[in-house]
Design a protein around this ligand. Sequence first.
Ligand code: MIG
Length: 794
Amino acid sequence: METKVENKIVYTEGENYPKEYKSHTVSDDYIEIESSEDLKLRIYPVTEHIVRLRYSVDGYFEADFSYALDEKFKPSKVTYVVDDRGSEFILKTSKLLCVINKQNLKVTFKTVDGKILCEEEKGFHWEKNKDYGGYIVQNSKVLLEGESFYGLGDKPTDLNLRKKKFTNWGTDEYGYHKDTDPLYKSIPIYYALNQNGAYGIFFDNTYRSHFDFGSERENVTSFWAQGGEMNYYFIAGPELMDVCRRYTELTGVPEMPPLWALGYQQCKWSYYPDKQVLAIASKMRELKIPCDAIYLDIDYMDGFRCFTWDKEKFPDPKGLVDNLKEQGFNTMVIIDPGIKIDKNYSVFQEGLEKGYFCKRIDGHNVEGKVWPGECYFPDFTRPEVREWWAGLYKGLIEEVGVAGVWNDMNEPALFEVESKTFPLDVLHGYEGNQTGHRKAHNIYGMQMARATAEGVKKFRNGQRTLIITRSGYSGLQRYSSVWTGDNIATFEHLWLADVQAQRLAISGISFCGSDIGGFINKPTPELMMRWIQLGIFHPFCRVHSSGDHGDQEPWSFGDECTNVFRKFVELRYQLLPYIYTTFYQYYAESTPMMRPLVFFDQHDIETKDRDHEFLCGDHILVCPVIKEEAITKNVYLPASQWYNYWTKEKLDGSMEHKVDAPLDQIPIFIKAGAIVPLYPVQQYVGEQHIDTVSLDVHYKDGQETSYFYDDDKNGYGYEKGEYQYSKFELMGSSDQLTITQTTQGKYDSEIKHFKLNLIGLPAEIVEIKVNDSIVASDALIPSTFEKITISWTM
Ligand code: MIG
């Protein structure tokens, strides 16, 4: 049998299957089952909801190491039972059953009340890999009637993955389009939803891997990899949101970003010289388009040598960065992995002397052409190399004052070779478990981002930073935010940006965004307006473009666009406390910041294939307009009641509505009962001393919970409890509305007042009481109230 792999044909000897059960042992951590041909299956109950399965074909398990798992994740002590039922074993936790058929070791996952979540078709099987040694490890499951699938990171396609097939192999895809595969990132978590609930499968294998959701065979879902172990986590729901939280707990969350990193960011390939950067900055301020960061792409460097400056274009980097800082702009710079081969370049010299570059199997450094010309590439899978790399940031961060770093080309991408990346015989240290590029390729980018994050943080003097990466593997979110790479200025790409961001968020990577307006080609003014309207609801909000088609600043598309652009960026700045709170929930509770409708209500079958609308945080439903010339939109509102953000009209959920969507609006709905915290508009974070936050209170006949998080927005005190996390319980009836507040944390917030903005009350207010004293209806409310009562008569 031949399988096309990497860039040649791999020869295998056909499929093999486990034979019948021979023996088993049960230990605290796992049950190990051996079959008659020495195959071993270990099942680890990781938590009550998660079991991990590992198979060894030859009876020998590799060292147990994963870059994906968060060090902070501690498996809980699971008390599990193994029931020997003669023809099968049943492994039980309090939330999940795992049934192993003794005849063929096939595994069925069930809910505790015995409903099938996932059943094996061929189950685990393998083929010998005659070219590389080892095995092609495979697993196939029965695809259930009506089952839908989600996840897999940045795949540019419909939200529901049913009937599609994918490969994970980090690839630089300039100008990708719908269904291009593979793409930059490799995030092997998928979700399945069927009549009996939802579950997730995290296939923690970094080799080139594949997922098929009924594409090759209609009734089969399978995943396989070109090497390594069959090693996966089965994550029980029953709710998709719970599966997502559990996956995110396994693979981790980022630190809190500085609040400015949630502001609007301006980028282009490239702004230079320094005067141009300053001109862009002053134009932002002059036109009053709020902005917090400006990016320097590769041209700031001296001949694309990382950690250097082009002396002509940027004679005084510190002067420039300081100047920008005074105007409220943070400077971000790009750093690529390729180090120019140049004996007069100290980074190259040092890397070479210390043997830090990736070597091929015969001992030569791997050489590849990228922007600087021929380069060598640091092996970021070695801790000492990461430490060295981290140290290289001293100049940029500590001396020049750069605020954060953008890592690009870290698939790793190479020019002029068919594979677009390293040859497969490159070796990697892999934390002391030396291995080849086949295994290390997909994690190279995330280890670069990790080294970068560690370095930048070290030189930030206790201030938070922003890191952004193009490539990475599961768990990359612990180190960095991401963007979706080289997209194109078309309406189809606007939709892709929408879906990719939702997909990334449910794949553990909430801190994401697209190049607003499109990287390649110039957007029409209409497309630019529609894109910023979506972009402000993505946690990472940046305009970027390739620069070879003219300008892409907000004012480059005529006055109408400038004004609409400003309007939406202003909305973003008003929403900052809401988005920051949502980020905190991601950080503290592992919830995705964006939720596809099916993650909001999986019991509503209408949501299964909807991929335009999504929830941003708990309460804001965003329905971007992604069709050219559309001025209305059919939106599906899930169960609940929703306020049209623009008209304040209240609409029923569980149905479609046709709503207006003129060029200066996109449909946005706020969940009834929600309390949304808002800032005044600022030109940049910290421009104003804000002591009053507005609360948009949306009346509901019933109960709803909202949150508001605050801390110092730039330091690490929050890790020690210096934050304020307020919970608002709203309770509405036909004649009154009460809001109670409880607060966690010990931060003395500068927010002293709330200003209530009451939306949708059934009648005119008669009285407002704060903690039992009557106040004027427009009074500022102390930010530490216990209870507010608003009453009226019908
Ligand atoms: O080969 O640094 O995706 O955002 O502007 C192109 C130049 C390299 C690709 C990135 C893009 C960036 C560009 N880079």
